[in-house]
Design a protein around this ligand. Structure first.
Ligand SMILES: [Zn+2]
Length: 456
């Protein structure tokens, strides 16, 4: 196989000649022969391989642990036109698993180095890198792709691209989605020895936002456990991090997980506490991980999840087999376990329901705008970061609060302590919410709890 690759790399790229290469024999068995498991729209033909190499444009988001695997898998599966976006640069700690990078690449763009590596090695694939944030691109950019596959470690980025692909859907008069406007999103995620792969057909299957409760914001432990009945080394570290640091304030500054002195202090105190409760397993590395909320990356988990995602890209691209339906969990902490199920599409999903959603409020006279913002940030359903709110009063747009623009923040700050009634927001008023989690604004309808209002 490797001599074959070298042979292909040495000549100038010639996609048509490469189609006849022996290298693709295994793919040909799948793409040039009909079989009982093929989808109804599959036609066995040599054109399938040509489409893979020349017709289809695939976007890989993320060039980290999953991204390197994805790019390698897709290139080796014959995909000829790949793009990759990543805003990060290469760090030393990446090199154990992000195998498209070398020591000489430290500090350089992940997207650019990954693209260069694949382009040099696999002559049948052309990877176009984008050293940028996904938010730097608009609908025009994303609409050029046939399939988008994500290897991200950020929920914010996942929600954003999910929202973007949903905002690009067209709807028929009867409210159904125009299938020609769907760009499938394949999403992979890993956390230590756990991972998941899923296929999202925006508007058809459940989306990232429908299953937001599957991603708790961060690993947190109940405060009472941390304070009174610690059982795990993490409980002891959290105790020092959350309670002891503030109480003793050893360096008169907030805790900084990148400062070795801080980490050493937390390590020693955590060890003392663990000894008190007969808990073992405190290590410097674990302390660092808990302070910075880092879960160690496991190369084999990345390989498995990326392979599952790349397989789904291949199936969608060729129709040679039904897509996964539609969410696979993987876990190899204790043996190997996988489970695939279809999470339900939620009627009230903020992203994919295509209808303004209700926002229930008990009493507009006692609920302030600040309370409303807290609901949007803290509830499982919304999990927003710093929402900007506007409304329409007597046909005019009015900004209620916006923290992202300094002078608007100053102008609207006084609204935070005002009640919804004082702000003129009636039952059924429309509120438009923007947030970094979402590429477009969402519309919410205020619903006041009738009983509470009457009781007033
Ligand atoms: Zn949804």
């Amino acid at each position: 196989m490797s001599s074959e690759i070298r042979l292909l790399s040495s000549g100038s790229p010639n996609p048509i000649a490469s189609l006849t290469s022996k290298r693709w024999n295994s793919l040909r068995h799948i793409l040039e022969r009909p079989g009982p498991f093929c989808k109804a729209d599959f036609t066995a033909s040599a054109e399938n391989l040509e489409a893979l190499q020349n017709g289809l444009k695939i976007l890989v988001i993320g060039a980290g642990g999953l991204g390197c695997e994805l790019l390698k898998d897709l290139a080796m599966m014959g995909f000829g036109n790949l793009h990759v976006i990543d805003m990060d640069t290469i760090e030393l700690s990446n090199l154990n698993r992000q195998f498209l990078f070398r020591r000489k690449d430290l500090g350089l763009s992940k997207a650019e180095c990954a693209a260069r590596f694949i382009n040099e090695r696999v002559s049948t694939t052309r990877v176009t890198p984008h050293f940028a944030k996904i938010q730097d691109f608009d609908e025009r950019f994303y609409s050029q792709f046939h399939i988008i596959v994500c290897g991200l470690d950020s929920i914010v980025a996942r929600r954003w691209i999910n929202g973007m692909l949903i905002s690009m859907l067209d709807y028929n008069d009867d409210g159904s989605v125009d299938p020609s406007t769907i760009i499938p999103l394949i999403d992979g995620g890993t956390e230590g020895f756990k991972g998941n792969a899923r296929v999202i057909l925006p508007g058809f299957t459940s989306c990232i936002e429908c299953t937001l409760d599957l991603f708790p914001p961060q690993v947190t432990y109940p405060l009472c456990t941390i304070a009174n009945t610690p059982r795990l080394p993490e409980h002891c570290i959290e105790y020092v991090k959350i309670i002891q640091w503030d109480k003793e304030n050893p360096f008169n500054v907030p805790l900084d997980g990148d400062d070795p002195q801080h980490v050493a202090w937390v390590y020693e105190r955590s060890l003392e506490r663990a000894n008190q409760f007969n808990i073992s397993g405190i290590t410097y590395r674990l302390v660092q991980g808990v302070i910075k909320n880092i879960i160690p990356a496991v190369a084999s988990t990345n390989a498995i999840i990326a392979a599952a995602c790349a397989t789904e890209v291949f199936k969608l691209a060729t129709s040679c087999y039904d897509s996964m339906n539609n969410y696979m969990n993987f876990n190899d902490i204790d043996g190997i376990y996988t489970y695939t199920y279809p999470p339900e599409k939620i009627e009230t999903c903020l992203a994919c329901s295509n209808t303004p959603q209700d926002l229930n409020v008990d009493d507009p006279n006692t609920t302030t705008l600040d309370d409303l913002i807290k609901i949007l940030c803290d509830s499982q359903r919304f999990q927003l970061k710093s929402p900007g709110l506007t409304t329409i009063i007597s046909g005019k747009n009015k900004t209620l609060y916006m923290s992202s623009v300094k002078n608007i923040e100053e102008q609207t700050r006084a609204n935070l302590t005002m009640s919804l009634a004082e702000l003129g927001l009636y039952d059924g008023a429309t509120i438009m919410v923007s947030d970094i989690n979402m590429p477009t604004t969402i519309t919410l309808i205020l619903k006041y709890h009738p009983n509470e209002v009457e009781m007033k």
